[in-house]
Design a protein around this ligand. Structure first.
Ligand SMILES: Nc1ncnc2c1ncn2[C@@H]1O[C@H](COP(=O)(O)OP(=O)(O)OP(=O)(O)O)[C@@H](O)[C@H]1O
Ligand SMILES: [Mg+2]
Length: 394
């Protein structure tokens, strides 16, 4: 629905509604029309309601911003919460997986992993569940498209993966053992290191491997909100997270601190809210906060205090052996001429994981341009040139 020329637009729409067919009229983001144009939309809705073959539905993410006059035009109000309770999710998972998987424990796992997730994320998890049980090459491709990351996709960070398993995965999966031994796992973990070294990827892999809610929060998006709104959103996230085993992932967390001057109030209030939420996590909650930053110097010491992000893990730029490993893993689905030798040479280049990914992608483009399915040294030569790595590779 466009916000310009509402009168004419809606009148034209009314005239176009068929008389002879059942019709659903859907008004999305209705709160946007609750200022100046409220009466126009009200008039339109009243006309639609008067047409027996039509039914109108309105959607909003901010029910408190919808004018009472508009609300009262709706006969029903449905509050859609993120993927409902466990029984509802089990029902949804069973329906989605029908004909593919009927093993109750797998369906239950899927239901657990979809807690607190949006519909889109839920379907990604379920599609991944189906893929995991299909096996084979096709699965690899599907996973890449879905953005599903596994430990084995990550190169050169074995020690870090082990540390993450100990501090995030075990406390969730082996909670009883921890409790028996009286060990208090870290409440928060900070991954820090240069850009493109795999921090976000590590968080996604932890989420895939652990059967818990993964609740990612992009801090830059959160601080764009208005004062009051961002804290509400953060409080809601922690409320959901406390209900089950969860990893709350705060990516680019430096944005809160870095933004203190520009975003002013929002950033400051968000920090207090975050501290409050972290300090109030009950001891028996299955909740770990994972944060990532490539600008640790911008962060305030107070967030690193015990009980907050009290474990710090450095994710460094990869050395030769790690680059070789990353190259091997990022090209495993590709046909490459003289693979081993070529990878050994390419690994000489000083590249981050993200730069390696860009290089491989550029080499694929070069092969596509040649009309070949097999990548050769010349494709990587052009890729190196295209991606401007200064090196003696030739
Ligand atoms: N260790 C790695 N193994 C395999 N691929 C990697 C690795 N590191 C980075 N990549 C590739 O680079 C992409 C970007 O990495 P990622 O987003 O995880 O970096 P980051 O450390 O979070 O960077 P930033 O600090 O800029 O957020 C990944 O999606 C992946 O394709
Ligand atoms: Mg990142």
């Amino acid at each position: 629905m466009a916000t310009g020329g509402q009168h004419t637009g809606l009148k034209q729409l009314l005239a176009k509604l068929p008389n002879d067919k059942p019709t659903l009229v859907w008004l999305a983001d209705i709160e946007l029309f609750c200022g100046l144009y409220c009466h126009v939309v009200e008039g339109f809705l009243a006309s639609v309601k008067a047409m027996p073959q039509c039914i109108a539905a309105m959607t909003t993410r901010y029910s408190d911003r919808v004018a009472t006059s508009l609300r009262s035009l709706a006969d029903d109000h449905i509050n859609l919460v993120a993927s409902g309770n466990k029984t509802e999710r089990m029902r949804l998972c069973r329906w989605f997986l029908r004909g593919e998987i009927d093993d109750g424990s797998i369906i239950e796992d899927a239901a657990m992993r979809t807690q607190g997730k949006s519909a889109a994320e839920t379907f990604a998890v379920l599609a991944d569940t189906v893929n995991r049980h299909k096996g084979g090459m096709e699965v690899e491709k599907d996973n890449a498209q879905l953005g599903v990351v596994r430990w084995e996709d990550i190169g050169g960070l074995d020690d870090i993966i082990d540390e993450l398993k100990e501090s995030i995965v075990w406390p969730i999966l082996r909670r009883d053992q921890f409790r028996k031994l009286g060990i208090r796992p870290p409440r928060g973990v900070l991954l820090y290191g240069p850009p493109g070294t795999g921090k976000t990827m590590l968080a996604k892999a932890a989420a895939t491997e652990v059967l818990a809610n993964f609740i990612p929060i992009a801090i830059p998006d959160l601080i764009k909100g208005e004062v009051g709104e961002s804290e509400k959103a953060l409080a809601a996230v922690f409320e959901t997270a406390k209900r089950g085993p969860s990893i709350v992932f705060l990516d680019e967390i430096e944005a809160i601190f870095g933004s203190r001057d520009q975003a002013g109030e929002v950033g400051k209030k968000l920090i207090s809210q975050l501290f409050l939420e972290m300090d109030n996590i009950p001891d028996d909650a299955h909740l770990v906060v994972l944060a990532a930053t490539n600008a640790p110097h911008l962060m305030d010491e107070s967030i690193l205090r015990p009980g907050r992000l009290d474990k710090k893990i450095h994710v460094p730029r990869p050395g030769y052996a790690s680059r070789r490993d990353i190259l091997g893993r990022t090209t495993k689905h590709l046909d490459i001429d003289n693979r081993e030798e070529l990878i050994a040479t390419l690994a000489e280049l000083e590249m981050s994981g993200a730069e390696i990914k860009a290089l491989v992608r550029a080499a694929c483009y070069s092969a596509i341009q040649r009309g070949s399915k097999v990548l050769t040294e010349s494709d990587f030569d052009s890729a190196v040139e295209a991606t401007h790595f200064q090196n003696e590779f030739s």
